[in-house]
Design a binder for this molecule. Sequence first.
Ligand code: ADP
Ligand code: G3P
Length: 496
Amino acid sequence: MGSCIIALDQGTTSTRALVFDTHLAVLAIAQREFPQHYPASGWVEHDPEDIWQSALATLREALKVADIPAADVAAIGITNQRETTLVWDRATGRPIHNAIIWQDRRTADLCTRLREAGVEAKATEKTGLLLDPYFSATKCAWILDHVPGARASAAAGQLAFGTVDSFLLWRLSGGAVHATDATNASRTLLYNIHAGEWDEELCRIFDVPMTMLPQVRDNAAEFGHATADVLGQPVPIRSMIGDQQAAMVGQACFVPGMMKSTYGTGCFALLNTGRKAVQSQNRLLATVAYQLAGQRTYALEGSIFVAGAAVQWLRDGLGILHAAAEADSLAAAADPAQDVYLVPAFVGLGAPYWDADARGTLFGLTRATSKRELARAALESVGYQTRDLIEAMRRDWPEAGATVLRVDGGMSASDWAMQFLADILDMPVERPRLMETTALGAAYLAGLAAGLLPRPDEMTQTWALDRRFEPNLLPERREAKWQGWRDAVARTLQRG
Ligand SMILES: Nc1ncnc2c1ncn2[C@@H]1O[C@H](COP(=O)(O)OP(=O)(O)O)[C@@H](O)[C@H]1O
Ligand SMILES: O=P(O)(O)OC[C@H](O)CO
């Protein structure tokens, strides 16, 4: 049997492949960024061929850098940006439309109509989600309704639906396997998280034919093989898991009450609630954290659409940074007397507000405002949004984040943002040594399925601290800043 594992991490802005040894040490990493497409306000798409080509290229490159033959790869684990929706032709494997990204708001009106028709309570009860364009169901319906002939092809059983994991699996396996896992299924609005199955009634309501849906499997399971043309010989695929849930596994949050927050394009805080799906009273989500041996563990999730993307906007939109890492030094040099707030509702606001129509706002600008205060406002917006989430979470689960918050994702590299996070939360923040927790989670599960790695309780010992950020802000200052944020959000919201 092979002695290493490859994790394929297909994220919103880039695809990464990491080769791990059986002690979960990283042997090699390959990464490709790919273009984002914004065809209209609030719309975000990816070209599925970019996703596929970046997956192929990074898998091959990582193996080459590690200098390991494909025969030594025991398993591949796939983890992915969730909710992003693809529909492809089963005969050709070609998508009939670009991938509609999780951030995309084009189905906001449809969601409003369904909400007015009284569908939300039923959908929430069954799926743990809310009626928001974020999730896959309305995106899939949109594709079927807007691509000529798609409804007829779907009715004839010619089309397949999938999130990015399913699409990659289909391509890697040469069209042999159409499957997903319980975590990705739990983000579609079509999957009953309590029964663990696709829901006929919801499929009817959202007008998505059940014949299009992939089979749902455990997170550590048999998912077939990547064909020989991918890496030179067939390689088993032994795990699939949504990226936020993978980060939870990679952060070893296996005990109820443990919590992590990932700062990539968006920010996603997940609290392990054990065998119980907690129905939020505060507009958070109940979701599947992981499913092993048929047994589901649940999480309470707060999802924010813009975190690192605010820094990306400073870099690519405003051109005031050359690299994301420059935001720290600018923020550190900002004028403490200027209270500038950025509410980065570029694609609406997620939890706990769920306002699809809100758009970004800046408050407190004066003639003295410079790029330094804008950079600080962007980094601070992530801390404020996390506090919004944790306050909502504590109303559902009082001990949430009682001790420490584990962080990861590209933006957690920002010391300034992580210190502000600790300050505004008034709570210690811990960053692990290996920040690639998403890939680590997928690799661990693939290794578990391949019989190379121990059960979760033993895996917790592999977590190692890089840096702990202690809160260090006067209470009056913290509350004054927080009130400023609350006020800025109130003035940004479009929904009452
Ligand atoms: N040093 C940094 N400071 C602030 N933000 C950063 C830094 N490095 C990366 N980022 C942000 O992190 C995001 C990329 O993180 P990543 O985890 O790769 O995201 P994704 O999985 O969504 O593609 C980008 O939005 C980028 O702006
Ligand atoms: O690709 P990321 O890391 O920004 O994660 C995206 C989330 O899975 C969306 O729900």
